[in-house]
Ligand binder design. Structure first.
Ligand code: F6R
Length: 367
Protein backbone atom coordinates (compact mmCIF):
# COMPACT_ATOMS: atom_id res chain seq x y z
CA UNK A 1 0.00 0.00 0.00
CA UNK A 2 1.47 3.29 -1.13
CA UNK A 3 -0.74 5.29 1.23
CA UNK A 4 -0.72 8.98 0.37
CA UNK A 5 2.27 8.61 -1.98
CA UNK A 6 2.18 8.17 -5.77
CA UNK A 7 5.08 5.70 -5.70
CA UNK A 8 6.64 3.22 -3.29
CA UNK A 9 9.95 4.93 -3.80
CA UNK A 10 8.68 8.24 -2.44
CA UNK A 11 6.92 6.47 0.41
CA UNK A 12 10.09 4.62 1.32
CA UNK A 13 12.16 7.80 1.17
CA UNK A 14 9.72 9.29 3.68
CA UNK A 15 9.96 6.26 5.96
CA UNK A 16 13.63 6.92 6.62
CA UNK A 17 13.19 8.85 9.89
CA UNK A 18 11.30 5.81 11.19
CA UNK A 19 14.01 3.43 10.00
CA UNK A 20 16.42 5.37 12.21
CA UNK A 21 14.01 5.45 15.17
CA UNK A 22 13.51 1.69 14.89
CA UNK A 23 17.28 1.18 14.78
CA UNK A 24 17.67 3.16 18.00
CA UNK A 25 14.92 1.11 19.62
CA UNK A 26 16.04 -2.19 18.17
CA UNK A 27 19.79 -2.08 18.78
CA UNK A 28 19.92 -0.33 22.13
CA UNK A 29 18.48 -1.06 25.52
CA UNK A 30 18.76 1.21 28.55
CA UNK A 31 20.84 3.60 26.47
CA UNK A 32 23.54 1.06 25.74
CA UNK A 33 24.17 -1.09 22.68
CA UNK A 34 22.46 -4.46 22.49
CA UNK A 35 25.38 -6.76 21.69
CA UNK A 36 23.15 -9.66 20.81
CA UNK A 37 21.02 -7.80 18.28
CA UNK A 38 24.20 -6.31 16.83
CA UNK A 39 25.58 -9.77 16.16
CA UNK A 40 28.57 -9.42 18.50
CA UNK A 41 27.80 -12.40 20.72
CA UNK A 42 28.35 -14.93 17.98
CA UNK A 43 31.67 -13.43 16.87
CA UNK A 44 35.17 -13.59 18.33
CA UNK A 45 35.96 -9.91 17.92
CA UNK A 46 39.27 -10.03 19.82
CA UNK A 47 40.73 -12.36 17.17
CA UNK A 48 40.08 -10.06 14.23
CA UNK A 49 43.01 -8.70 12.24
CA UNK A 50 41.26 -7.73 9.00
CA UNK A 51 37.76 -7.08 7.67
CA UNK A 52 36.33 -7.43 4.17
CA UNK A 53 32.93 -5.93 3.49
CA UNK A 54 31.43 -7.61 0.45
CA UNK A 55 28.19 -6.71 -1.33
CA UNK A 56 26.61 -5.55 -4.60
CA UNK A 57 25.20 -2.22 -5.77
CA UNK A 58 23.83 0.07 -3.11
CA UNK A 59 24.71 -2.39 -0.33
CA UNK A 60 28.35 -2.20 -1.45
CA UNK A 61 28.16 1.59 -1.25
CA UNK A 62 26.92 1.34 2.37
CA UNK A 63 30.18 -0.50 3.08
CA UNK A 64 32.19 2.30 1.48
CA UNK A 65 30.44 4.87 3.66
CA UNK A 66 31.43 3.13 6.89
CA UNK A 67 34.88 1.89 5.96
CA UNK A 68 36.99 4.67 7.51
CA UNK A 69 34.90 4.74 10.65
CA UNK A 70 35.33 0.98 11.15
CA UNK A 71 39.07 1.18 10.51
CA UNK A 72 39.49 3.95 13.04
CA UNK A 73 37.22 2.30 15.59
CA UNK A 74 38.73 -1.19 15.43
CA UNK A 75 42.23 -0.22 14.29
CA UNK A 76 42.42 -2.94 11.67
CA UNK A 77 42.37 -2.66 7.87
CA UNK A 78 38.97 -2.76 6.17
CA UNK A 79 38.54 -3.62 2.50
CA UNK A 80 35.23 -3.00 0.75
CA UNK A 81 34.63 -5.04 -2.36
CA UNK A 82 32.04 -5.91 -4.98
CA UNK A 83 30.85 -9.48 -4.46
CA UNK A 84 31.13 -10.56 -8.10
CA UNK A 85 34.84 -9.70 -7.97
CA UNK A 86 35.59 -10.96 -4.47
CA UNK A 87 34.16 -14.43 -5.09
CA UNK A 88 36.40 -15.15 -8.06
CA UNK A 89 39.64 -13.30 -7.52
CA UNK A 90 40.91 -15.63 -4.77
CA UNK A 91 41.45 -12.85 -2.21
CA UNK A 92 44.18 -13.22 0.38
CA UNK A 93 42.37 -13.97 3.62
CA UNK A 94 44.06 -14.55 6.95
CA UNK A 95 42.61 -17.87 8.14
CA UNK A 96 42.28 -19.11 11.68
CA UNK A 97 39.27 -16.83 12.33
CA UNK A 98 41.42 -13.69 12.01
CA UNK A 99 39.38 -12.34 9.09
CA UNK A 100 35.80 -11.16 9.31
CA UNK A 101 33.82 -11.04 6.10
CA UNK A 102 30.77 -8.81 6.46
CA UNK A 103 28.21 -9.30 3.71
CA UNK A 104 25.42 -6.78 3.23
CA UNK A 105 22.23 -7.54 1.32
CA UNK A 106 18.75 -6.09 1.46
CA UNK A 107 17.15 -9.21 -0.04
CA UNK A 108 19.51 -11.74 1.52
CA UNK A 109 19.36 -13.68 -1.76
CA UNK A 110 21.89 -11.97 -4.04
CA UNK A 111 23.80 -14.77 -5.78
CA UNK A 112 27.27 -13.18 -5.82
CA UNK A 113 27.00 -12.04 -2.21
CA UNK A 114 25.90 -15.51 -1.08
CA UNK A 115 28.76 -17.10 -3.02
CA UNK A 116 31.24 -14.70 -1.37
CA UNK A 117 29.87 -15.62 2.03
CA UNK A 118 30.31 -19.32 1.33
CA UNK A 119 33.83 -18.68 0.04
CA UNK A 120 34.72 -16.87 3.27
CA UNK A 121 33.21 -19.58 5.45
CA UNK A 122 35.27 -22.13 3.52
CA UNK A 123 38.48 -20.21 4.27
CA UNK A 124 38.34 -20.17 8.07
CA UNK A 125 36.92 -16.65 8.20
CA UNK A 126 34.33 -15.38 10.59
CA UNK A 127 31.18 -14.14 8.86
CA UNK A 128 28.56 -11.54 9.67
CA UNK A 129 25.59 -10.65 7.49
CA UNK A 130 23.47 -7.51 7.46
CA UNK A 131 20.14 -8.27 5.79
CA UNK A 132 16.62 -6.94 5.62
CA UNK A 133 14.91 -10.31 5.20
CA UNK A 134 14.95 -12.70 8.15
CA UNK A 135 15.65 -16.38 7.33
CA UNK A 136 16.97 -15.44 3.89
CA UNK A 137 19.71 -17.60 2.34
CA UNK A 138 22.46 -15.18 3.39
CA UNK A 139 21.21 -15.04 6.97
CA UNK A 140 21.03 -18.83 7.11
CA UNK A 141 24.59 -19.25 5.86
CA UNK A 142 26.27 -16.75 8.16
CA UNK A 143 27.83 -17.27 11.55
CA UNK A 144 26.26 -14.11 12.90
CA UNK A 145 23.73 -11.67 11.51
CA UNK A 146 22.06 -8.35 12.08
CA UNK A 147 18.52 -7.80 10.88
CA UNK A 148 18.04 -4.33 9.42
CA UNK A 149 15.16 -2.16 10.61
CA UNK A 150 14.13 -0.88 7.17
CA UNK A 151 10.97 -2.98 6.85
CA UNK A 152 9.97 -4.41 3.46
CA UNK A 153 11.34 -2.40 0.54
CA UNK A 154 9.15 -2.56 -2.57
CA UNK A 155 10.66 0.09 -4.88
CA UNK A 156 13.35 -1.55 -6.97
CA UNK A 157 15.77 1.32 -6.33
CA UNK A 158 17.07 0.92 -2.82
CA UNK A 159 16.47 3.91 -0.52
CA UNK A 160 15.55 3.15 3.08
CA UNK A 161 17.48 -0.14 3.02
CA UNK A 162 20.66 1.86 2.33
CA UNK A 163 20.04 3.96 5.43
CA UNK A 164 19.33 0.78 7.43
CA UNK A 165 22.57 -0.80 6.23
CA UNK A 166 24.66 2.23 7.17
CA UNK A 167 23.12 2.29 10.65
CA UNK A 168 23.79 -1.42 11.21
CA UNK A 169 27.42 -1.11 10.19
CA UNK A 170 27.93 2.01 12.27
CA UNK A 171 26.37 0.57 15.43
CA UNK A 172 28.05 -2.79 14.91
CA UNK A 173 31.46 -1.12 14.77
CA UNK A 174 30.78 0.84 17.96
CA UNK A 175 29.72 -2.39 19.68
CA UNK A 176 32.76 -4.25 18.35
CA UNK A 177 34.97 -1.35 19.48
CA UNK A 178 33.51 -1.65 22.95
CA UNK A 179 34.11 -5.38 22.94
CA UNK A 180 37.76 -4.77 21.98
CA UNK A 181 38.15 -2.15 24.70
CA UNK A 182 38.79 0.62 22.16
CA UNK A 183 35.48 2.46 22.43
CA UNK A 184 34.53 3.98 25.74
CA UNK A 185 31.07 4.20 27.26
CA UNK A 186 31.31 8.00 26.94
CA UNK A 187 31.97 7.72 23.21
CA UNK A 188 28.99 5.41 22.81
CA UNK A 189 26.79 7.76 24.82
CA UNK A 190 27.82 10.65 22.61
CA UNK A 191 27.21 8.66 19.43
CA UNK A 192 23.76 7.59 20.60
CA UNK A 193 22.87 11.14 21.60
CA UNK A 194 23.80 12.33 18.10
CA UNK A 195 21.94 9.43 16.54
CA UNK A 196 18.76 10.49 18.33
CA UNK A 197 18.93 13.83 16.49
CA UNK A 198 19.06 12.15 13.09
CA UNK A 199 15.37 11.31 12.50
CA UNK A 200 14.44 14.98 12.86
CA UNK A 201 17.35 16.08 10.72
CA UNK A 202 16.23 13.68 7.98
CA UNK A 203 12.64 14.88 8.34
CA UNK A 204 13.89 18.47 7.83
CA UNK A 205 15.63 17.46 4.61
CA UNK A 206 12.38 15.88 3.42
CA UNK A 207 10.68 19.23 3.92
CA UNK A 208 12.93 20.72 1.23
CA UNK A 209 11.49 18.37 -1.41
CA UNK A 210 9.68 21.04 -3.40
CA UNK A 211 12.97 22.95 -3.79
CA UNK A 212 14.61 19.76 -5.05
CA UNK A 213 11.69 19.14 -7.39
CA UNK A 214 12.27 22.58 -8.92
CA UNK A 215 15.98 21.96 -9.37
CA UNK A 216 15.16 18.57 -10.93
CA UNK A 217 12.80 20.31 -13.38
CA UNK A 218 15.61 22.61 -14.45
CA UNK A 219 18.05 19.79 -15.17
CA UNK A 220 15.91 16.83 -16.23
CA UNK A 221 16.70 17.30 -19.93
CA UNK A 222 20.46 16.78 -19.69
CA UNK A 223 21.94 13.59 -21.09
CA UNK A 224 24.82 13.12 -18.70
CA UNK A 225 25.85 14.06 -15.16
CA UNK A 226 29.02 13.86 -13.09
CA UNK A 227 28.72 13.41 -9.32
CA UNK A 228 31.71 14.32 -7.16
CA UNK A 229 32.58 14.34 -3.47
CA UNK A 230 35.42 13.73 -1.03
CA UNK A 231 35.67 11.69 2.15
CA UNK A 232 32.35 10.12 3.09
CA UNK A 233 30.69 12.26 0.39
CA UNK A 234 32.51 10.25 -2.29
CA UNK A 235 30.45 7.07 -1.75
CA UNK A 236 27.35 9.28 -1.68
CA UNK A 237 28.35 10.62 -5.09
CA UNK A 238 28.49 6.99 -6.28
CA UNK A 239 25.09 6.27 -4.74
CA UNK A 240 23.59 9.47 -6.21
CA UNK A 241 24.84 8.58 -9.69
CA UNK A 242 23.62 4.99 -9.38
CA UNK A 243 20.14 6.11 -8.35
CA UNK A 244 19.91 8.61 -11.22
CA UNK A 245 20.91 6.11 -13.90
CA UNK A 246 18.74 3.33 -12.49
CA UNK A 247 15.44 5.15 -12.52
CA UNK A 248 15.84 8.00 -15.01
CA UNK A 249 18.16 6.21 -17.51
CA UNK A 250 20.37 9.29 -17.63
CA UNK A 251 24.07 8.59 -17.83
CA UNK A 252 25.75 9.53 -14.55
CA UNK A 253 29.24 8.85 -13.28
CA UNK A 254 30.79 9.46 -9.90
CA UNK A 255 34.33 10.51 -9.15
CA UNK A 256 36.30 11.38 -6.08
CA UNK A 257 36.57 15.16 -6.55
CA UNK A 258 40.36 14.95 -6.41
CA UNK A 259 40.37 12.61 -9.41
CA UNK A 260 38.75 15.16 -11.74
CA UNK A 261 42.00 16.53 -13.04
CA UNK A 262 43.26 13.02 -13.75
CA UNK A 263 40.89 12.61 -16.66
CA UNK A 264 37.18 13.33 -16.24
CA UNK A 265 37.55 17.12 -16.29
CA UNK A 266 38.11 16.71 -20.04
CA UNK A 267 34.39 15.89 -20.27
CA UNK A 268 33.24 19.07 -18.59
CA UNK A 269 31.28 21.50 -20.74
CA UNK A 270 27.97 23.34 -20.62
CA UNK A 271 26.07 20.16 -21.49
CA UNK A 272 27.10 18.06 -18.51
CA UNK A 273 26.07 19.30 -15.06
CA UNK A 274 28.35 18.37 -12.18
CA UNK A 275 26.65 17.57 -8.90
CA UNK A 276 29.13 18.42 -6.16
CA UNK A 277 28.54 17.21 -2.61
CA UNK A 278 30.24 19.74 -0.37
CA UNK A 279 29.01 19.66 3.23
CA UNK A 280 30.64 21.78 5.94
CA UNK A 281 33.43 19.34 6.70
CA UNK A 282 37.20 19.21 6.55
CA UNK A 283 37.07 18.44 2.82
CA UNK A 284 34.87 21.36 1.82
CA UNK A 285 37.59 23.80 0.85
CA UNK A 286 39.19 21.22 -1.45
CA UNK A 287 35.86 20.40 -3.08
CA UNK A 288 35.18 24.12 -3.60
CA UNK A 289 38.52 24.40 -5.43
CA UNK A 290 37.37 21.59 -7.71
CA UNK A 291 34.09 23.42 -8.25
CA UNK A 292 36.02 26.52 -9.30
CA UNK A 293 38.04 24.47 -11.79
CA UNK A 294 34.80 23.16 -13.30
CA UNK A 295 33.36 26.67 -13.52
CA UNK A 296 36.49 27.88 -15.26
CA UNK A 297 35.67 25.34 -17.99
CA UNK A 298 32.07 26.54 -18.38
CA UNK A 299 30.71 23.63 -16.38
CA UNK A 300 27.39 23.82 -14.57
CA UNK A 301 27.45 23.14 -10.83
CA UNK A 302 24.58 21.79 -8.77
CA UNK A 303 25.87 21.88 -5.21
CA UNK A 304 24.67 19.93 -2.22
CA UNK A 305 25.58 21.54 1.07
CA UNK A 306 24.76 24.17 3.65
CA UNK A 307 22.50 26.76 2.01
CA UNK A 308 23.58 29.32 4.62
CA UNK A 309 27.16 29.01 3.40
CA UNK A 310 27.39 32.10 1.20
CA UNK A 311 30.69 31.20 -0.37
CA UNK A 312 29.44 27.77 -1.42
CA UNK A 313 26.17 29.25 -2.71
CA UNK A 314 28.10 31.82 -4.74
CA UNK A 315 30.11 29.20 -6.65
CA UNK A 316 27.13 26.95 -7.50
CA UNK A 317 24.51 27.49 -10.20
CA UNK A 318 21.99 25.84 -7.89
CA UNK A 319 22.40 24.60 -4.34
CA UNK A 320 20.39 21.79 -2.78
CA UNK A 321 20.26 22.36 0.92
CA UNK A 322 21.63 19.62 3.15
CA UNK A 323 22.36 19.71 6.87
CA UNK A 324 25.84 19.29 8.29
CA UNK A 325 26.99 16.79 10.89
CA UNK A 326 30.37 16.48 12.54
CA UNK A 327 29.97 12.71 12.32
CA UNK A 328 31.16 11.60 8.87
CA UNK A 329 28.79 8.61 8.73
CA UNK A 330 25.76 10.70 9.68
CA UNK A 331 26.88 13.36 7.21
CA UNK A 332 26.86 10.78 4.43
CA UNK A 333 23.45 9.54 5.49
CA UNK A 334 22.02 13.07 5.51
CA UNK A 335 23.48 13.92 2.09
CA UNK A 336 21.86 10.81 0.62
CA UNK A 337 18.30 12.08 1.09
CA UNK A 338 18.35 15.07 -1.31
CA UNK A 339 19.97 12.90 -3.98
CA UNK A 340 17.27 10.23 -3.65
CA UNK A 341 14.66 12.96 -4.10
CA UNK A 342 16.56 14.48 -7.01
CA UNK A 343 16.59 11.21 -8.98
CA UNK A 344 13.02 10.51 -8.02
CA UNK A 345 11.78 13.83 -9.38
CA UNK A 346 13.95 13.72 -12.50
CA UNK A 347 12.61 10.23 -13.31
CA UNK A 348 8.99 11.23 -12.65
CA UNK A 349 9.32 14.38 -14.73
CA UNK A 350 10.67 12.27 -17.59
CA UNK A 351 7.68 9.96 -17.27
CA UNK A 352 9.62 6.88 -16.18
CA UNK A 353 8.29 4.05 -14.03
CA UNK A 354 10.30 4.77 -10.88
CA UNK A 355 9.16 1.73 -8.91
CA UNK A 356 9.81 -0.76 -11.72
CA UNK A 357 12.73 0.50 -13.78
CA UNK A 358 13.41 -1.42 -16.99
CA UNK A 359 15.85 -4.35 -16.93
CA UNK A 360 16.15 -4.42 -13.13
CA UNK A 361 14.93 -6.93 -10.56
CA UNK A 362 14.55 -6.39 -6.84
CA UNK A 363 16.34 -9.59 -6.00
CA UNK A 364 19.26 -10.76 -8.18
CA UNK A 365 19.44 -14.49 -7.56
CA UNK A 366 21.54 -15.30 -10.63
CA UNK A 367 25.06 -14.03 -11.26
C1 F6R B 1 20.23 -0.07 -6.21
C2 F6R B 1 19.86 -1.44 -5.92
C3 F6R B 1 20.83 -2.53 -6.19
C4 F6R B 1 20.96 -3.45 -4.98
C5 F6R B 1 21.85 -4.64 -5.29
C6 F6R B 1 22.09 -5.53 -4.09
O1 F6R B 1 19.21 0.81 -5.95
O2 F6R B 1 18.77 -1.70 -5.44
O3 F6R B 1 22.07 -2.00 -6.55
O4 F6R B 1 21.47 -2.70 -3.91
O5 F6R B 1 21.28 -5.40 -6.32
O6 F6R B 1 20.91 -6.11 -3.65
P1 F6R B 1 20.80 -6.75 -2.22
O7 F6R B 1 21.03 -5.66 -1.22
O8 F6R B 1 19.43 -7.35 -2.15
O9 F6R B 1 21.89 -7.78 -2.12
Amino acid sequence: DKGEFPHFMLKEIHEQPDVIRRAIQGYTSDNSLDLKKLGIERLEVSKLEQIHIVACGTAYIAGLVCRSFIERTLQIPVNVEIASEFRYREPFLLGDRKTLVIVISQSGETADTLASLKYAAGHECQTLSICNVPFSSIVRHSQSSILMTAGPEIGVASTKAFIGQILCLYLWSLAAGKEKGFTSIVEIDEALAELKQLPNQVAKVLETKSDIEKIAAKYNGYKSFLFVGRGSSYPIAIEGALKLKEISYIHAEAYAAGELKHGPIALVDKDMPVLAIAPNDRYQEKTVSNILEIRARNGIIIGLGDSENKHLASVCDDLMSGPSSSNEVFQALLSTIPLQLFSYYVACQRGEDVDQPRNLAKSVTVE
